[in-house]
Design a protein around this ligand. Structure first.
Ligand code: ASP
Length: 461
C-alpha cells in the first residue's frame, strides 16, 4: 500500500489509507483501543477493536478509513483533530521495549549522560525534534542566500596543520609518517584566505571547527559548526552589511514571530561597549523575558592586541607582551599602522563581532594581505623563526597577487541557541559531546588496541 503521511490524512476523508510511524500513545478501553500515531508530519488518532498488543514507541503500519469526528469530539489542539482513522489492519514493524528515559517532557531535568547515551530517543522528544528540523531550515536558507549572491561552497581539509584561533589543537597521529601528527582545524581560516588568492572571490562553507577547550553552556566540547565566509575586494562595511541583511531576512522568513529590536543593528566600538556595558557582548534586549525579542549588534574597533597571558600556550614564545585579540591574520586599522612598532596597544584591528542577545554569535575581520605587515605581527606576538616558518605558505602566497579580503564566521550552534532561547548549544546539536567530553551514543574517547598503537609507532605512558 502506498504510504499516506499523517498531515495528508485530513484531505482524505472517506478514503482508506495506510499510515506508517511510531505509536505515540495508547489508550486502552477494554475492547476499543485508541492509538495516536506519529510520523514526521504530526499525530493522528486511530481507533480499533481487538487489536494485537502493541507498546508505545513501536513502529507500525496502520491501514484504515479516515472519518470525520463528531463535533463534540473534535480536538482543536492537534492539526488532525477533526478526523480519526478507523483501524482495519495493524502491522507491527518493530515492537519497542520500555524506554530508558521519558521523551514526552521537555527533558531539561534529565541527566545529560542518559540523554546522550540514548540520544536517538532524546531526539524523538518534540522540542529536540523541532530544534533539529529548524536548524536544517536555517542552513538551507543561508546556503540558498549565499549561492544567489554568487558565493561558492567549498570544503577544506579536516586532517591538516594547526590553524590557531587561540585554543588547543586536537592531534591525529600519522601512520605513513610515524612520529608526525595532523592537527584538526580550529577553523578553515588559512584555507579560506588562500582561496581568495586562488581567485574564488566569494567562499562559504558550513565548517566544522575543532578546539580542545573546556566546555561551557555556549560552547560544546571539541567541535562546533560555523557558517564560514570569505570575500575579496570588500571593506569591513560590506561584510557587516551582507551578514546583517542575510540574518534579518532569515529571521523574517523562518522566525516571523520574532522581532529584531533595532535595524540597522547598532554598531558599538569595543571601547564604548566595555565602558557602557562592562563587556564586549552586551545584551541589548529591553525585556529579557520576551522570547521573541532579538537584539543584534556589531562590536567593532577592537584593540588588535591583548596582553599575552601566561597560559597563552600557543601564541608566540610566551615571552612576548602581546597576543592577537582575534587571530593573527586580522588587519590593523590603516590609521593606526603607524603605531604598530611604537605603541601596539593603541592599534585597532579591523575586527567585527556579531552579538545576539548577549551571546557572541560570530566574528571576523579584514585580513592582512601585505606580507610585510604579517611579518611584523608575527614578530610582535613573539614568534620564533620556527613558528614563523609554520605560516610561511601564507607569506609566500601573498607574493603572487592577493586581493584585499575579509570575512566572518557566524557560529551556527550559538545562533540557534540564541534564537531558540535554549540554555545550551547542546540543545541544538544532534549529537553533542557531554560536558566531560564523552561523545553521544558511541563511546568515545576510547582506548586504542595495541595493534593500532604499534602501527602508529605510539606508546601510551
Ligand atoms: N576564523 C575566525 C573564527 O573562527 C572567523 C573569521 O575570522 O572569519 O573566529
Amino acid at each position: 500500500m502506498q504510504r499516506t503521511l499523517v498531515s495528508e490524512s485530513t484531505k482524505k476523508i472517506g478514503e482508506t489509507v495506510t499510515l506508517k510511524g511510531w505509536v505515540n500513545t495508547i489508550r486502552d478501553h477494554g475492547k476499543i483501543t485508541f492509538i495516536d500515531l506519529r510520523d514526521r508530519t504530526g499525530f493522528i488518532q486511530c481507533v480499533g477493536k481487538n487489536l494485537e498488543k502493541v507498546t508505545t514507541e513501536s513502529v507500525v503500519e496502520i491501514t484504515g478509513k479516515v472519518v470525520e469526528r463528531p463535533e463534540k469530539l473534535i480536538n482543536p489542539n492537534i492539526e488532525t483533530g477533526k478526523v480519526e482513522l478507523q483501524i482495519e489492519k495493524l502491522k507491527i514493524f518493530s515492537l519497542a521495549s520500555e524506554l530508558p528515559l521519558p521523551i514526552d517532557t521537555d527533558g531539561y531535568d534529565i541527566d545529560e549522560n542518559v540523554r546522550n547515551k540514548f540520544r536517538y530517543l532524546d531526539l524523538r522528544r518534540p522540542r529536540m525534534n523541532k530544534n533539529i528540523r529548524i536548524r536544517s531550515k536555517v542552513t538551507q536558507f543561508l546556503r540558498n542566500y549565499l549561492i544567489n549572491l554568487d558565493f561558492i561552497e567549498i570544503e577544506t581539509p579536516i586532517l591538516t596543520k594547526t590553524t590557531p584561533e587561540g585554543a588547543r589543537d586536537f592531534l591525529v597521529p600519522s601512520r605513513l609518517q610515524q612520529g608526525k601528527f595532523y592537527a584538526l582545524p580550529q577553523s578553515p581560516q588559512q584555507y579560506k584566505q588562500l582561496l581568495m588568492v586562488a581567485g574564488m572571490e566569494r567562499y562559504f562553507q558550513f565548517a566544522r571547527c575543532f578546539r580542545d577547550e573546556d566546555p561551557r553552556s555556549d560552547r560544546a566540547y571539541g567541535e562546533f559548526t560555523q557558517l564560514d565566509m570569505e570575500m575579496s575586494f570588500v571593506e569591513q562595511n560590506d561584510i557587516l552589511d551582507l551578514t546583517e541583511k542575510m540574518f534579518s531576512k532569515l529571521v523574517a522568513e523562518i522566525f516571523p514571530e520574532k522581532q529584531i529590536q533595532k535595524s540597522p543593528w547598532p554598531r558599538i566600538s569595543h571601547n564604548e561597549a566595555v565602558k557602557k556595558y562592562g563587556n564586549d557582548k552586551p545584551d541589548l534586549r529591553k525585556n529579557k523575558n520576551d522570547p521573541n525579542e532579538l537584539a543584534f549588534c556589531w562590536i567593532v574597533d577592537f584593540p588588535l592586541f591583548v596582553e599575552q597571558s601566561k597560559d597563552d600556550f600557543f601564541h608566540g614564545s610566551g615571552t612576548a607582551k602581546w597576543a592577537p585579540s582575534h587571530h593573527m591574520f586580522t588587519s590593523p586599522h590603516p590609521d593606526d599602522i603607524k603605531h604598530l612598532e611604537t605603541n601596539p596597544e593603541k592599534v585597532r584591528g579591523l575586527q567585527h563581532d556579531m552579538v545576539l542577545n548577549g551571546l557572541e554569535v560570530g566574528g571576523g575581520s579584514i585580513r592582512i594581505s601585505d606580507p610585510k605587515i604579517q611579518e611584523k605581527i608575527f614578530k610582535l606576538i613573539g614568534f620564533s623563526e620556527e613558528q614563523r616558518d609554520q605560516f610561511s605558505h601564507m607569506l609566500t602566497a601573498f607574493t603572487y597577487g592577493v586581493p584585499p579580503h575579509g570575512g566572518i564566521a557566524p557560529g551556527l550552534d550559538r545562533f540557534m541557541m540564541a534564537i531558540l532561547g535554549e540554555p545550551s548549544v547542546r540543545e541544538v546539536m544532534a549529537y553533542p559531546t557531554s560536558s566531560s567530553g564523552q561523545t553521544s551514543v558511541l563511546d568515545a574517547p576510547s582506548v586504542a588496541s595495541d595493534g593500532q598503537l604499534k602501527e602508529l609507532g605510539i606508546k601510551v605512558k
